[in-house]
Write a protein that binds this ligand. Sequence first.
Ligand SMILES: NC(=O)c1ccc[n+]([C@@H]2O[C@H](COP(=O)([O-])OP(=O)(O)OC[C@H]3O[C@@H](n4cnc5c(N)ncnc54)[C@H](O)[C@@H]3O)[C@@H](O)[C@H]2O)c1
Length: 337
Amino acid sequence: MAKRVIIIGAGAILNAWHKPLKAEGVEVAAVVDLNKAAAEAKIAKFEFEGAKAHDDLGTAIAESNADFAVDLTTPNAHCKVVCQSLEAGLDVIGEKPMSETLDQARKMVATADQTGRLYMVSQSRRYVDAHQQIAATVKAGKIGRITSMHCDFFMGCHFGGFRDEMDHVLVNDMSIHHFDLARLFVDADPVSVFAEEYVPAESWYRDGPNANCLFTMTDDIRFTYRGSWCAEGMHTSWHGNWRIIGTKGTITYENDQAPRGQIVVSEEGFNRPLGDVTLAAAPELAGGQHGALQEFLSAIDGGPTPQGECHDNIKSMAMVDYAVQSAESGQRVEVTI
Ligand SMILES: NC(=O)c1ccc[n+]([C@@H]2O[C@H](COP(=O)([O-])OP(=O)(O)OC[C@H]3O[C@@H](n4cnc5c(N)ncnc54)[C@H](O)[C@@H]3O)[C@@H](O)[C@H]2O)c1
């Protein structure tokens, strides 16, 4: 029987979710938004037959006989709507970031524990073949034991609007993608971080468009992150440009080109002779939010724990939160979840 969903939040990102929901045969029972007219408009636009618009989540839950909820609200609402849905017995898949603060995220994880429901955060950049290939290649030990990882992210983004005034704009609004990818690529978690944020000359942002973060990760891996939303010219990819170094070789991934790697093939010479790394095959996953939705649906039918399950995803959230704490205090800080 088709699963029934309540969509919470009828904003821009629903554009990325309506096709995957239809493709997976999910029935949209209700769309909830503080602005009921927005919910009505999206039901009409995406032809969610039989779906009812609501401006109150409680009523939608009571009336819709849904199996799960998709949280597409703004981050300041995630904690409230996710906890309410879990407490009503629904499993939830939601957009990143988990919440605005780590304390809220802790409450969401605790609510998932107390209710025994699944709460998964969709980190859409995990569902990119190249990213899964890098993770699989590292996991297969093809470049040895990982020692270091570096990510550069440089863009000149003139968004206008709230971001120009936002606190810690780069780390709070963008870096979760890169920090979560770092955890995916080398299967390691944050231990401590020293971060510096600054506002470059002639910045059109008020706070933190540039950030340099030095993470120590588990397995003694060092992860350096240099990012800017205020860098004109020679932009990197939105995914960032990466260099992952192991004891036997290196993988690079730059400007959305296929990842490449080299490994030492002989133990002689000043620079050791190198050969190309054959990258491991990526698991077959649909792209972006569709991949996340497939993993979620499989998990609620008894399949494996999905990527982005809240106990795991909170570690990516923590990288953001503690980077901000370090930038504010000027000190290296230990990460505790
Ligand atoms: N994966 C990605 O690459 C990606 C890209 C863009 C946005 N996002 C994420 O998607 C989420 C939504 O972003 P958006 O761009 O669609 O925002 P948006 O502002 O366009 O839409 C959010 C909607 O949620 C509604 N809303 C807010 N609080 C609510 C509540 N308590 N109950 C019901 N409705 C509520 C708002 O009225 C609004 O219509 C954010 O978490 C954002 O970070 C992810």
